[in-house]
Design a protein around this ligand. Structure first.
Ligand SMILES: C[S@@+](CC[C@H](N)C(=O)[O-])C[C@H]1O[C@@H](n2cnc3c(N)ncnc32)[C@H](O)[C@@H]1O
Length: 286
């Protein structure tokens, strides 16, 4: 049986500045927004960051947040996405991460962007996502997640905790890394042969699918309104311009070999078609 405590601590060490330093590497390679963007925007020639901002705009429209609302962004990382969502909606955000160096970076970014009144960034314990017990019932209008739930061994517990935190009518909106059958990789064993190294190098706790997330959300009590493979019918090469590939493969900061290996494994999974990214929205019934 997997010792989940060890996995979650590995994730924290992966990101922490005094661990493997993925936070430092990712910021150098991607800036302060790390998730995929809208594929149509990228196909139209927009940069990965511009495409990410378009996707955030669309997801915030689905979240229905407005001035005076409160949202929790789970896995806020360096804070760029959280701050943009706060700016777009006028809502107040609490960003949480289990990496304190990422929370510190996000707080500094909030200061740089003049957003401290609208966003706070907190570090939570490795296992706290299972209950989010620091918050009372029904205290948020939305819970968001951008490519963070894929790190969690107990994804279903996170969805149950998010349900408890939401007010009736509140929205759960997020996006994540997923796996799927594609081409010659149809069985779970064939898919795992390609996805396994991605999970190992990037400290993921196994990937879900566009169908498994709604099942977990419904089990937690949500009404699921959207479950969308952003790269349906196409390979997911989003956010990977060729010039970036070279920068990843020659990254020579701390633990550079770790990030180079992760990039190689991820590109293999993108090329095999079994890796994709999806977005989801669900409502806590009134
Ligand atoms: C890939 S980063 C996403 C950053 C940001 N959402 C973005 O898209 O730019 C993943 C985030 O999930 C957080 N995370 C992973 N496992 C966690 C856990 N057990 N508890 C809290 N946060 C966790 C990491 O600390 C990190 O902030």
């Amino acid at each position: 049986m997997t010792d989940t405590r060890i996995h979650e601590a590995k994730v924290r060490r992966f990101y922490d500045a005094d661990g493997e330093g993925a936070g430092i590497a990712y910021e150098r390679l991607m800036g302060t927004i790390w998730h995929h963007g809208d594929p149509t925007a990228e196909a139209a020639g927009m940069s990965p960051v511009e495409a990410a901002l378009i996707l955030e705009r669309d997801l915030m429209a689905v979240a229905g947040l407005g001035l005076g609302d409160r949202a929790l962004d789970f896995g806020s990382g360096p804070g760029g996405a959280t701050l943009n969502c706060a700016r777009l909606t006028g809502a107040t955000f609490v960003g949480v991460s289990n990496s304190d160096s990422l929370s510190q970076r996000a707080r500094a970014l909030a200061v740089e962007q003049g957003m401290v009144q609208q966003a706070v960034f907190l570090t939570i314990g490795d296992q706290d996502y299972r209950t989010l017990a620091a918050w009372p019932d029904s205290c948020f209008d939305a819970v968001t997640f951008f490519e963070s739930v894929c790190h969690l061994p107990d994804k279903n517990m996170f969805f149950e905790a998010a349900f408890r935190l939401l007010k009736p009518g509140g929205r759960l909106v997020g996006m994540d890394w997923l796996q799927r059958p594609w081409g010659v990789c149809q069985t779970d064993e064939q898919i795992q042969r390609v996805i396994g190294p991605v999970c190992e190098h990037i400290r993921l706790a196994g990937l879900g699918t566009v169908d498994s997330y709604p099942v977990m959300m419904r089990t937690a009590g949500f009404e699921v309104t959207h479950a969308v493979d952003l790269f349906a019918e196409q390979l997911c090469w989003g956010s990977t311009p060729p010039e970036d590939r070279e920068r990843w493969l020659t990254y020579d900061g701390p633990a550079g070999d770790v990030f180079q290996a992760g990039k190689r494994a991820l590109d293999a999974a993108r090329g095999a078609g079994v890796f994709t990214v999806g977005w989801f929205a669900a409502t806590r019934p009134r």
